[in-house]
Write a new protein. Structure first.
Length: 189
């Protein structure tokens, strides 16, 4: 048996209709493959030089060696790429300056970066505790940016208190005053 080429739509021919004892015979349809047609080479060309987010209408040209080229206009929609900026967690000791704030980027096309700023409410005089690091996205027309805030942790400063040697005569009152102890390192905000 010869293979039937896969063509669409198929050609459908009804069989001969004959009359039976109670009227016309039930009909069955036969599927016949059309004669084999050699492939016709053609060329499709389109220039789509667009890379930025937007809606474009490039012209697509279809040509065949035996006919006039035909052009059609198509709609191409370029959507923004999903990306995120996540503030890196930071910590510092009470009384020190804030560290440089940094962030991690995900989903950015190689060779590109995102516009964003990082800020915190903590300064060098902020007491021990956690402070937000806020991510504010800037203009990123080719991206849909998700901002993930982080935390700056201000930790206690280690403090060493050492008593200085004192002497007194038996029976005299002991006065320690403010010089009887040495603290290191002590900082005031």
């Amino acid at each position: 048996m010869l293979p039937i080429p896969e063509l669409w739509p198929p050609i459908i021919r009804p069989p001969s209709i004959g009359a039976g004892p109670s009227g016309p015979a039930p009909q069955r349809l036969r599927l016949l493959a059309p004669p084999a047609v050699p492939p016709i080479p053609f060329t499709v060309s389109a220039q789509v030089p667009y890379k930025d987010v937007g809606t474009y209408q490039p012209v697509i040209t279809i040509s065949h060696e035996t006919s006039t080229p035909q052009s059609v206009t198509a709609t191409v929609i370029i959507n923004g790429k999903t990306a995120s900026v996540t503030a890196d967690p930071k910590s510092r000791i009470y009384g020190e300056a804030n560290p440089s704030l940094t962030a991690s980027l995900v989903g950015v096309v190689s060779g590109e970066t995102l516009n964003y700023t990082l800020a915190t409410t903590a300064d060098s005089s902020s007491p021990v505790g956690n402070y937000p690091i806020t991510v504010t996205p800037g203009s990123n027309p080719n991206y849909v940016v998700t901002a993930n805030n982080g935390t700056l942790q201000v930790t206690p400063r280690a403090l060493t208190i050492t008593a200085t040697g004192q002497s007194k005569t038996y029976g005299d009152a002991l006065s320690l005053g403010t010089t009887a102890f040495v603290t290191s390192p002590l900082r005031r905000a």
